[in-house]
Each structure stands twice: as C-alpha cells, then as structure tokens.
Ligand binder design. Sequence first.
Ligand SMILES: Cc1cc2nc3c(=O)[nH]c(=O)nc-3n(C[C@H](O)[C@H](O)[C@H](O)COP(=O)(O)O)c2cc1C
Ligand SMILES: [Mn+2]
Length: 487
Amino acid sequence: MAHRNLSAFLRALEDEGDLVRVRERVSPRLEIAEIADRAVKSGGPALLFENVEGSGLPVAINVFGSRRRMLRALELGSWQEWDERLEFFLDPKPPDGILDKLKAIPKVTELTSAFPKTVRSGPCQEVVATGDAVDLSNLPVLTCWPQDAGPFITMPLVITKDATTGKTNVGMYRMQVYDRATTGMHWQKHKDGAGQARGYARDGRRMEVAVAIGCDPATVFSAIAPLPPGVSEFLFAGFVRGEPVPLVQAKTVDLLVPAEAEIVLEGYVDPMERRREGPFGDHTGFYSLDDDFPVFHVTAMTRREKPVYMTTIVGRPPMEDGFMGEAVERLFLPLVRKTIPEIVDMHLPVEGIFHNLMIVAIDKRFPGHARKTMHAIWGTGQMMFTKTIVVVDKDVNVHDMAEVTWRALTAIDPERDVEFVKGPVDELDFAARLSCYGSKMGIDATRKWKEEGFSGRWPDAIVMSPEVKAKIDRLWPALGIQPGPRG
Ligand SMILES: Cc1cc2nc3c(=O)[nH]c(=O)nc-3n(C[C@H](O)[C@H](O)[C@H](O)COP(=O)(O)O)c2cc1C
Ligand SMILES: [Mn+2]
C-alpha cells in the first residue's frame, strides 16, 4: 500500500521510531535550520516541530534525511528491488506459455495504474482563502541561514502547464517569500518550468501556477526527478507508488493538484516580470548571490484543516537533499544504462553536490570508449551539468572513494588522460567564467590500451593467492593478533 499522504508517512516513521516530535518552542528563523542540520549530519530522525513561533502549523523536516527513510519513502526494501522491478519494463521478453502470460498481467496493471486519476474533491481544499484573505505569513516558512534574504519555501511542488501541448510539469524550485501574497520563482533556465514560461512569454500571456507543499513522499520526490521534458512527474510518482496520484481541480486556476496535499498555493507568473531573489544559503555549501528571477503572485491558498508544513534546508553536505540525490542516482541508473550501455555503475559523491563529480565504471570495449562515455553523459538531460567525470574500469567499486582515489590516480597520465570541454554548467556554479556557461573536465582513468597509443606495460593489481588466504584464515584465530587503532 502506498503512503496516502504526508501524515500517513510521518505516522509510519513514528511507529518505527524514526521521527521525533519537538515540543520545545523554536523559531523558524535559523533555529529550526540549526536543529535540522545537526540531526541530518548525525544520521538522526525525521523531525516534526509542533511549537513554532509565529505560526500555528507544525513543521516537518529531515523527512528524507537518511538512506533508510528515502527507501521507505519510495516503498523499496533496497535499490536492487527497484532494478528488478524496472527490468520487466526495460527488457521485456515475449511471454513463453500460458504461465508467463498470466504472470505478465499484474505487471501491465502496474503500468496502467500509474496514471494519475482525477477526483472530485480532496482534503487539500478543506479551507479556501482567496484575494485579501491570502497571507503567506501564516505559514512557518524558514529563514535557513544568517545571510539569507528572507524566508524561503524550500520544498514546493511547482505545477505548470505547457502553453502549446497542455502537458503538466512538476518541479521543485525554491520560493522566496516577499510579502503576504508574493514570492520568487527560482526555476533555473535549464529546467522545465522555465522552458514552459518561455512559451507563455512568446504568447505574451500570464502563466497559471499551482504549488503543492507537503504530499505523499513519492510525489514530493517526483518533483526533483530529472525526467525528460514532457514526461509526467505525476505518472512517475504513480509508478513508484504502484497507485495513481489522486488529483483535484484547483479552485482558481486551470491546473490539477495533488488532492492529498497539505497546502496548495494558486496564482500566476507574469513571464515578463523579474525581481531580485536571494542571497540564499544553497546546496553548494555557499550562498547563491542575489539575481533576477520570476515572481509568483498568489491569488488563492487552499489547505487541509490541520496541515503540516513540509520543508528542508540545504547547505554544506551532507544534507537531506544528498539522500534525495542518491535516490535519483539509483533510480535513474537503469534508465541511463539503456542509452549508455557501457556504464556498469555510477556514483555521485554527496560532497560533489550532484553536478561537480561523477565516477563512472564502464565495460571498456574499444579505443576511446571512456571519452565516448563522457560525451554521452554531457549530452544527456541534467547530467549535462557534470563538472568532473572520472571514468574507471568495471572492476573498480565506484562507491568506495578510497578505492577510486587509488585506482583512478594510478591509472592516469594527467596531460594525456584529461579532457576539457566547454558547455552549459549549473546556474549555481559561481566559479564558472559566465553564468550557466563554462568548462568541464573528463578524466579517463581506465587501463590504457596499445590501440590508444600506450606502449608501456600495465601491471596487475596486487592480490594474495586464494590458497594462502584460505590457509591463513584457518590459522588466524590461533595467532592472537588483535586489531588495533590505525596510524
Ligand atoms: C531541496 C531542493 C531544492 C531545489 N531547488 C531548486 C531551485 O530553486 N531551482 C531549480 O531550478 N532547481 C531546484 N532543484 C532541482 C530541481 O528540482 C530538479 O532539477 C528537477 O529535476 C527539476 O524538474 P524539471 O526537470 O521538471 O524542471 C531543487 C532540488 C531540491 C532537492
Ligand atoms: Mn519535468
């Protein structure tokens, strides 16, 4: 059974001892951030702040802040389980005999039941405020870091529709709260929300926008999933959940919103309007400096009778979004392998903040294969932002950074094996020569071949012979050698 909504998920976490209710009175200005930062960095639980200064609403944070909770959110026992689930769809085999055919039926149902379904009413509209009754200051929006320009809604599901195709997009783009009914809309220019806004700008039309805050965890996660433009995040969420996402018609805009959401903001973005946004303590671990971004005018706010305000903080890694990033890495690996089949495994270390560092293990088959892989990655979706790609052979464990450091750095002649290219970079990359444009580096750390001009001899890595290891295994307990502190 899918988690029905945020509260159901929080209850499940609480039952498992993985949620702490904080009853102490705390401020949404910096204090909740400091507590959440300590919790995530120490592997702590999800937090529900029940007594927040200036607001009657509780604040849920660090809900995805561990691998365990991230898996629970996606209703997976392990990442392996996801690979197995996907395999049926990515590598379908014609059913062989009646038994196979019968077995395929639930799988096909799984796919059809992923489509969102429209319902006539939903708890997200138990309370409706429009016009002057809209007041964002009722929400416990966090100010996360000392130099932040103000409070920011950090976990919004921003829902928009393509001006031409009518297709819905959902993206997580932070929103700085300017006043009672106005926020920033920080969709970066490469993202689908910004792409759709360009369609409205072309037509000189206002763009209707709805923002859901706090949903069932798979739906929240779908907003950060790097799906190709035009692929529905709600469909993806339904597939992850194994149940459709129920959607309800918004009250004042022509958009469907998650019926089970805690809070929904409705309004519009004028594609020509810009306002200063930031600074904001960002997931790079540095402040993103102020810049001009679109503006969201909130014309209605609907909510549950007793909503929970869901949020997160970003900052120096590891943070909650790092666990979300790991889930993206694991969920999308089977799909990436469909287009770049030589990839055996990949890893984006959390300190590399998604786009700074990717380690890729490949099954190298021809000269220049590692470089081909780099260019394929730079040419695929949001992986285009990857600043550094390290390509290693398939026998290197990409998740073990000690092994990667050892193997990759012994394998390179830097001048020969490093490739520099130029292209689009993440908008948050402050070191780039220009905004959104800069260079990237690929390191071919695979074993070099004669066909690649390598004329030396490549030695084997040192490994003890299995017979000796087996013998010493038997002898070991009798030797009385205790492990001691290293160094
Ligand atoms: C906590 C969090 C905050 C984010 N904030 C932003 C943001 O402010 N602007 C942005 O463009 N992307 C942001 N992202 C990344 C996008 O959500 C992500 O790139 C997503 O794939 C965008 O959806 P889209 O492909 O439909 O545009 C954030 C991600 C997370 C996890
Ligand atoms: Mn999208």
